[in-house]
Design a protein around this ligand. Sequence first.
Ligand code: ADP
Length: 548
Amino acid sequence: MSTLMGQMMTMPLMISSLLVHAARHAADTEIVSKRVEGDLHRTTYREAELRSRKVAQAMARLGCVAGDRVGTLAWNGYRHFELYYGTSGSQLVCHTINPRLFPEQIAWIVGDAADRVLCFDLTFLPLVEKLAAHMPTVQHFVLMTDRAHMPAQTGLPNLLCYEELVEAENGDYAWPVFDEMSASSICYTSGTTGNPKGAVYSHRSTILHAFASTMPDAMDCSSSDVILPVVPMFHVNAWGLPYSAAMVGAKLVFPGPHLDGKSLYELFESEQVTFSAGVPTVWLGAINFMKANNLKVTSLKRTVIGGSACPPSMMRTLEDEFGLEVIHAWGMTELSPLGTLSKLKAKHKSLSPEAQHRLLEKQGRVIYGIDMAIVGDDGTEQPWDGKTTGDLVVRGQWVVNGYMGRPESPLQQIGGQDWFPTGDVATIDADGFMQITDRSKDVIKSGGEWISSIDLENVAMAHPSVMEAAAISCAHPKWDERPLLVVVRKAGQSVTRDELLAFYDGRIAKWQIPDDVVFVDELPHTATGKLQKLKLREQFKHYVLPTI
Ligand code: ADP
């Protein structure tokens, strides 16, 4: 007996279809960009789709064929957006590069991905000039500007002008339909733990991620939103927002390189932004600016904060003083990036505000398409009791199963299934709320018991005089490791070691209180704005903790 098959159309999930949809159904919805050149540029989805077709034609004219990689070194802006669609849509692979990496790392990544074309903003001309000789795979350098802003002199051979390339084309181009498993884009991990590795996304994974991320329990995006991604388009595709915004036809506002508190605030207000997303450090700048100038946001309703743990004190400030809903999210480059977001279930609505907050401060619940588990040292699944910690593993439609050019699989077999080990340590409670307690390499193991560095940092960050804090492990003769707190004070503040340690009383178990506090002028950060614990541990390798 033959099985009855579904009788439904099959349409491969193509990234180009997002922009085609937006151009047809949100044709005059705006895409506003603060340009590197300093001015504000306005376009629409209709125009962006046309220009993306021209980008596809221009890349073909440069000799690019299916599967070729096009690198970008660029801020959030409409030209970068056109490149996303023009390359992926024509079966090329958009490789976004983080310009904040060390120059040698950038050259290494370009070589590893074998980028054939490199498109870059004016800001990065000196960098590219310096690196060109070390990027032998690149055949064409394209400066993302118009003729008027092209440099009179440059060390780059045959430097091309983006606007000239686009304007030379007629847009008479039909988006091709091909295997939805084809590579669409590549993003490299920041390489805090070894050489960067390329996560290679597919059309299918990108579209499924966009579907899931727009849902109400995720980013809750709709056509009535005005979305400003503070998170860069070179940081895991701005968490997928250039795709999700097109999917729902939301207005997009791109801040370009202007990520300071003042510039962001002005853009929030002038464009009536309703939704934003970024790492905790960028919100520090915005909060400081708004507080110092006694300003409020009038249209901004909610923001996703992730990439590293959002300190509860920051959540409170944004909620209580600025009326924002803060959605705490966890993800990784290897997850495109969304894994979990913190949203309450119906049954939590009757909890006290305090209890609700404790849930919302966690990294949250998975969205459909991702599953997660925590496993112990012996590889067995740990209980979801909100207390037991374990190594966090995930599986799903937009999770990597390998890395660019590497034969070995990163996956781990648990219970007969493939799981991706995240390198994070977490708890999961009975309602599925996951809470990251550490990265496995950052845990502080005191007398065999784990102390969460994130917990220690969250308490310190709640002190009014603390700007930023990092908790790291320090060698200890009796306990093996004990926590050391490294702190940057807010300008003009003079909080002392003893005052800070006293601040921990009652906020955390006594044995977890750091043994010592060191004040520094600044903490080392990775290219994506995360604390570089490895470097800090190196710096304090020989630090001797007080004995009492
Ligand atoms: P990399 O892993 O190279 O640093 P990613 O941007 O992929 O770059 O970072 C993913 C990691 O960032 C996660 O594995 C986790 O350690 C951390 N992270 C992301 N979001 C959060 C969050 N909300 N809370 C705590 N840690 C987070």
